[in-house]
Design a protein around this ligand. Structure first.
Ligand code: NAD
Length: 325
C-alpha cells in the first residue's frame, strides 16, 4: 500500500484530494491548522498542527512517505489576496511552510512531492488584454506577478527547484488556475469569484440586485475540482515530467458572463451593480498546450456543468444558514 501525506488537508482542494487518494487505495495522513469544515476527513490519520513549525513538518513526514502533496498556504480570493492588506502575512506564513517542507523532505527521505503553485505567478503585463492573456509556462520570466501571493508562489517554486538541483528532492509543480466546486470557502472572506457569486445570487430574491467588483468585463477561466484532481494525479504518476505546468481550463468567461450563467442555474433574473473593489489582472485563462502534450490531460467538465453542481451546493448552505438564524 502506498503512503501519502497531504498538507492543507483541511482545505478545499486538500480535503477532496484525501478522498481521491483513499479511493485509489492509499494510506493517507492529513495535516492542517483545522479539520475540513464541510465534511468529515477520510484520512487514516489527521494531525491538527501548524506547518510554520519545522518540528510539526518533520513529525508529519515520519515513516516512509511515498508522496507528499503540499497544498497548505495562506490564501483566499481577490478580497483576501489583492486588497494588499494581507501581503506580509501571506508571504511570511506560506514561505515558512515551504522552506520547512523542502528541508524536511530531504531529512525524512520523501519519495515524491507535489507543490501547488498558481496562475498568480505570471507577469501582470501579459494579462492586460482581457481577450488575449498570455500564460504559457515559459512566459513566467522575467517575473512580474501582480500580488505578494504570486511572488511567494514563485519563490516556493524556486525553493523546491533548488532542493531538486542540490539535494535530489523529486518535485512536481502544478500551477493551478481558479479551482472551484462544492465544499470550498463560500462565506468567510476567503471565497473566490464562483463561490462568492453563487452565494450572492442564492441569497437574493428573483428581480433583486447583486454587486460585482469592477466592470465585470475582466475575464477568467475556472477548473472544476474533479478535473484538477485528475491532473494532479496524472502529474504525480508520470515517470519523468515534473512541470511547472498549468492546471486550468481554457474556457474563458467574463465575470458578468459567469454571473449570468449562475442566474440561469438559479432560475433568477438579477440586476448587477458594478462597484469598485479588488479585481486582479484584466484577463486570465490557462494555456494547456504543455499539459496536453505531456500528460494527455484536458478538462472533462464544462463550466456550465460544474457551476450547476457548485450552485446547488452553495444554495443548500445558504438555505441551511438562514434556517439557523
Ligand atoms: P484552502 O485555503 O482551502 O486550503 C489551504 C489550507 O492550508 C487551509 O485549510 C489552511 O488551514 C491550511 N493552512 C494554512 N496555513 C497553514 C499552516 N500554517 N499550517 C497548516 N495548515 C495551514 O485553499 P485551496 O483552494 O484548497 O488551495 C490549496 C492550494 O492550492 C494552496 O496552496 C493554494 O495556494 C493553491 N492554489 C489554489 C487555487 C484555487 O483556485 N483554489 C489556485 C491556485 C493555487
Amino acid at each position: 500500500m502506498k503512503y501519502a501525506v497531504v498538507f492543507g488537508a483541511g482545505g478545499f482542494i486538500g480535503s477532496h484530494l484525501v478522498r481521491r487518494l483513499k479511493k485509489e487505495g492509499y494510506w493517507v495522513r492529513g495535516v492542517d491548522l483545522k479539520r475540513p469544515e464541510y465534511s468529515l476527513t477520510e484520512a487514516d490519520d489527521f494531525i491538527v498542527g501548524d506547518l510554520r513549525s519545522s518540528s510539526v513538518v518533520r513529525q508529519a513526514l515520519q515513516g516512509s512517505v511515498d508522496e507528499l502533496y503540499q497544498l497548505a498556504a495562506d490564501m483566499g480570493g481577490a478580497g483576501y489576496i489583492f486588497s494588499g492588506e494581507n501581503d506580509a502575512k501571506v508571504m511570511h506564513n506560506s514561505a515558512l511552510i515551504n522552506l520547512h517542507t523542502a528541508q524536511a523532505c530531504v531529512e525524512c527521505e520523501v519519495e515524491k512531492v507535489f507543490y501547488s503553485s498558481s496562475a498568480c505567478i505570471y507577469p501582470e503585463h501579459n494579462q492586460r488584454d482581457s481577450m488575449n492573456p498570455k500564460l504559457n509556462e515559459d512566459s513566467a520570466y522575467p517575473a512580474a506577478p501582480d500580488s505578494a501571493y504570486g511572488w511567494e508562489k514563485l519563490f516556493g517554486e524556486r525553493v523546491y527547484q533548488a532542493y531538486t538541483k542540490n539535494l535530489g528532492v523529486h518535485i512536481k509543480i502544478g500551477r493551478l488556475h481558479n479551482i472551484y466546486g462544492p465544499q470550498g470557502a463560500w462565506n468567510n472572506g476567503k471565497e473566490k469569484a464562483p463561490a462568492a457569486l453563487c452565494r450572492k445570487i442564492a441569497e437574493v430574491e428573483d428581480g433583486g440586485e447583486i454587486e460585482i467588483w469592477g466592470d465585470g468585463l475582466q475575464t477568467r477561466s475556472f477548473l472544476f475540482i474533479d478535473d484538477c484532481l485528475d491532473a494532479i494525479r496524472a502529474l504525480m504518476k508520470h515517470e519523468a515530467f515534473c512541470g511547472p505546468v498549468n492546471i486550468g481550463s481554457e474556457e474563458m468567461v467574463t465575470i458578468n458572463g459567469l454571473a449570468n450563467l449562475i442566474m440561469q442555474h438559479a432560475g433568477k433574473s438579477i440586476k448587477i451593480r458594478h462597484v469598485s473593489g479588488p479585481t486582479g489582472v484584466r484577463g486570465r485563462s490557462s494555456d494547456n498546450a504543455l499539459i496536453y502534450a505531456c500528460l494527455s490531460w484536458q478538462p472533462k467538465i464544462s463550466l456550465h456543468e460544474g457551476i450547476g453542481i457548485t450552485y446547488q451546493w452553495i444554495n443548500r448552505q445558504v438555505t441551511a444558514d438562514s434556517g439557523l438564524q
